[in-house]
Design a protein around this ligand. Structure first.
Ligand SMILES: NC(=O)c1ccc[n+]([C@@H]2O[C@H](COP(=O)([O-])OP(=O)(O)OC[C@H]3O[C@@H](n4cnc5c(N)ncnc54)[C@H](OP(=O)(O)O)[C@@H]3O)[C@@H](O)[C@H]2O)c1
Length: 295
């Protein structure tokens, strides 16, 4: 097993749980101030200093709305910087784990997407992340591209500052009426489950592209309903269509991921999406100090 693991974006929600998943190996977490993937000197400096045997990159420009407006930033971070990172890793002989997204798909399928399914992103974020994937594959064979979906974790997203679950619970406790989208289906995923699965994949040592999500699928409305059921709450909640929330970006209406490559490696499936919620809620109760923002 590799032993000098650097996690880029370690203060983000997935980065935080990757640090936990690899904790016994003493991973080195680097934040944005230390390594900016847009600056080659900070990447090469990191490699020279830590001599990693594995680099895991979680950094991205992933606010879907902002990507539509700031296309240049989306491609700078999600594509061009990833190209440089992959090139630096290749030159140094370091395998790269990179996190990608269900948004590389158009959402027109009727069953969950396997890794080999044709890609066809429908917004700038998805296009820029797909370009990142393509550039990595061209630069280095030693890659693990991990597509995941609908992340939530104890730290909360560094861009949004909260998770969907936190927002739902806060609105319910405040007695607000809720309108939740019921025509968009995905695989919500708890970052600790995803991080542990990434470790399992890396330990198998087979490079390639992997779908890593909690098992199963639901709409955002069904996701919210299950959150409230587990939290013992019954807020006033109405199912609505995506048109209720006008947006700059088109989003795939159906983007569950089938974790086929994990199964081919003989690894166990990730816990179901309802178990993801249960484990997340249990951790929130037992470790309130670890949250980025309290509800
Ligand atoms: N969130 C989701 O639902 C979701 C779904 C599918 C795929 N993904 C992918 O999963 C990955 C992790 O997502 P996340 O939710 O954990 O994100 P996050 O909480 O926003 O964490 C991203 C981390 O990367 C850092 N970062 C941003 N730009 C950077 C740069 N140029 N150089 C170095 N570090 C930089 C951020 O630091 P600062 O905050 O200090 O800038 C932050 O620590 C991303 O690649 C994303 O595309 C996310």
């Amino acid at each position: 097993m590799t032993e000098r693991i650097v996690v880029i974006g370690a203060s983000g929600q997935l980065g935080f749980d990757l640090m936990r998943a690899f904790a016994d190996l003493g991973p080195i977490g680097v934040d944005h101030a230390t390594v900016d993937i847009e600056r080659i000197d900070t990447i090469s400096g990191m490699i020279a200093r830590f001599k990693p045997t594995l680099v895991i990159n979680t950094a991205a420009f992933h606010n879907v709305e902002h990507c539509e407006i700031h296309t240049d930033r989306a491609f700078a971070v999600n594509s061009v910087a990833i190209d440089s990172l992959a090139a630096q890793c290749e030159v140094s002989g370091v395998p790269l784990v990179h996190i990608s997204t269900d948004y590389v798909f158009d959402g027109l399928a009727s069953e969950a997407y396997a890794e080999e399914a044709p890609v066809n992103p429908i917004n700038v974020y998805g296009i820029s992340k797909l370009a990142g994937e393509l550039l990595i594959r061209q630069r280095t064979e030693r890659h693990f591209i991990v597509r995941t979906s609908g992340l939530y974790g104890l730290r909360g997203s560094s861009t949004k500052g909260h998770t969907f679950i936190q927002r739902m619970l806060a609105q319910a406790y405040a007695g607000q009426k809720l309108a939740v989208v019921d025509d968009m289906t995905f695989s919500p995923s708890f970052t600790l489950h995803v991080a542990k699965a990434i470790r399992d994949i890396v330990e198998r040592g087979t490079f390639g592209t992997f779908h890593v999500t909690n098992t199963g699928q639901c709409t955002w409305y069904e996701f919210a309903a299950e959150i409230f059921r587990q939290a013992g709450l019954s807020p006033d909640m109405t199912p609505v269509t995506t048109e209720a929330f006008p947006s700059q970006a088109r989003r795939p209406k159906f983007s569950p991921l089938r974790n086929a490559a994990i199964a081919r490696l003989g690894l166990p499936p990730l816990p179901g999406w309802k178990e993801g919620i249960a484990d997340y809620l249990a951790e929130r109760v037992s470790s309130p100090g670890l949250r980025r923002s309290a509800m």
